[in-house]
Design a protein around this ligand. Structure first.
Ligand SMILES: Cc1cc2nc3c(=O)[nH]c(=O)nc-3n(C[C@H](O)[C@H](O)[C@H](O)COP(=O)(O)OP(=O)(O)OC[C@H]3O[C@@H](n4cnc5c(N)ncnc54)[C@H](O)[C@@H]3O)c2cc1C
Length: 389
């Protein structure tokens, strides 16, 4: 792919979506001198990428090894801080939670990764916010967490330093196609032509891909997070447990989220509240159970975000067979942590047509070839009726 003279109405690669997936892919492409333009409907990170828990531990993913290889290097590679911190601790308050952690231990063993089982006192020594209700803990010597906003900014700045471009406040309204090739995207500012199109538009990826006849089965869920007042810094800031995931910020705040998630119609998304519901009280209660020694600390912020889900909950990163020059990427609930690796994989698909470092077949669209049309109903992933005023 040739670098071309930059103009506002064309780029060699156009990427729809300025979340971590689109920005990471753009950065990987720009590193090779490819003229890349990210087109974002709102501000970068306006989607799930700016609203997530910052977890970087996806041991069930084919991108896991690359995720773990890259995160410790990202600050240096990008040239800006992501606030990445290694390792995670999981605290169990019930036998069921222990059983779930033991499964992770078995999976970690497959990769030869170290996990230390902790007794309750060891947990309290490492996490002084924990209480007498701890049954067990696990210290994972892999994974970690990073600051989503810092990371987004780091991708965007690093991209721009390499000559890549980001166009904010520019929704892609349509995709132009000639035969088996995508030729560009339509925006309110006019047509932007391209040699290759990447759609990484979060929940809207399916709707956009459908315009060129590519079917991506997706339903969207609403998820919430809360943030507490600052607390003394923990040795390991990524502590999960009691059905919650989260991290401690460098300022000391605890930022935590957890289910249950609420299914939402895509058509209702823009009108659906992005602020919290009573679920924030449920998350706060479970956080107080997880960290009883600091249960008196106040919740100072909360928000909601939207996560798209495929039928098997796994991402899609693929080049649909029907078109010569289209790559689609939708990351489900795991896209933040995987972003260094997903960007690398997208770079490989765009430039080389195949991923150089892992087998992406479990992320292919062909796995849904025999899907029942009413799969969301079969799985019970249906939005509740909207209450009438
Ligand atoms: C509460 C919550 C907690 C989470 N916790 C974690 C976690 O701890 N670890 C983890 O790995 N993942 C987590 N996730 C999931 C993670 O945030 C997402 O998988 C990831 O951010 C997806 O990034 P993305 O770039 O693919 O999509 P998005 O962040 O959704 O970005 C897509 C972008 O496309 C833009 N867009 C959409 N349509 C158009 C259009 N027509 N034209 C132009 N632009 C368009 C949107 O405005 C948006 O900015 C969490 C998500 C939520 C909501």
């Amino acid at each position: 792919m040739q670098a071309v003279m930059k103009s506002s109405n064309r780029a060699s690669v156009v990427i729809v979506g300025g979340g971590v997936t689109g920005l990471s892919a753009a950065w990987w492409l720009a590193r090779e001198g490819i003229d890349v333009l990210v087109v974002e409907a709102s501000l970068i990170g306006f989607g799930a990428s700016g609203r997530n828990g910052g977890g970087c531990s996806h041991h069930h993913s084919p991108l896991f090894v690359e995720e773990q290889r890259l995160w410790p290097m990202m600050d240096e590679l990008l040239g800006y801080p992501t606030e990445y911190r290694p390792d995670r601790i999981s605290i169990d308050l019930t036998e069921h939670q222990i059983a779930l952690d033991e499964k992770v231990v078995a999976e970690a063993a497959y990769y030869g990764l170290r996990v230390d089982r902790l007794d309750p006192q060891q947990v309290r020594d490492l996490v002084p916010f924990a209480g007498d209700n701890v049954l067990a803990g696990y210290y994972y010597h892999f994974g970690g967490h990073a600051n989503p906003h810092r990371t987004l900014q780091a991708y965007a700045w690093a991209l721009k330093n390499l000559g890549g471009r980001v166009l904010e406040h520019t929704p892609v309204l349509g995709i132009e196609r000639q035969g088996e090739r995508v030729t560009g995207v339509r925006t309110p500012q006019g047509l932007i032509s391209c040699d290759h199109l990447v759609i990484a538009a979060g929940p809207y990826t399916g709707e956009l891909a459908a315009q060129v006849g590519v079917d991506i089965p997706l339903v969207t869920a609403r998820a919430e997070m809360i943030v507490t007042e600052p607390l003394p810094l923990l040795e390991v800031g990524g502590v999960d447990g009691n059905g919650l995931y989260g991290r401690q910020t460098l300022r000391g705040n605890l930022a935590y989220g957890g289910g249950p998630h609420e299914w939402v119609e895509l058509a209702d998304l823009r009108g659906t509240r992005a602020q919290s519901t009573p679920l924030q009280c449920n998350i706060a209660r479970r956080l107080a159970e997880l960290f009883p020694k600091v249960a008196h600390k106040r919740v100072i912020r909360s928000w909601a975000g939207f996560i798209e889900n495929t039928p098997d909950g796994r991402p899609v990163i693929d080049r649909p067979a029907a078109l010569d020059n289209l790559t689609v990427a939708t990351m489900s609930g795991v896209g933040f942590g995987l972003s260094p690796a997903s960007g690398h994989a997208i770079r490989d698909l765009v430039v080389d047509g195949t991923c150089s470092f892992t087998d992406l077949s479990t992320f292919s669209l062909s796995r849904f070839a025999a899907l029942e049309p009413d799969w969301p109903a079969i799985q019970g992933w249906m939005p509740l009726p909207v209450p009438q005023a």
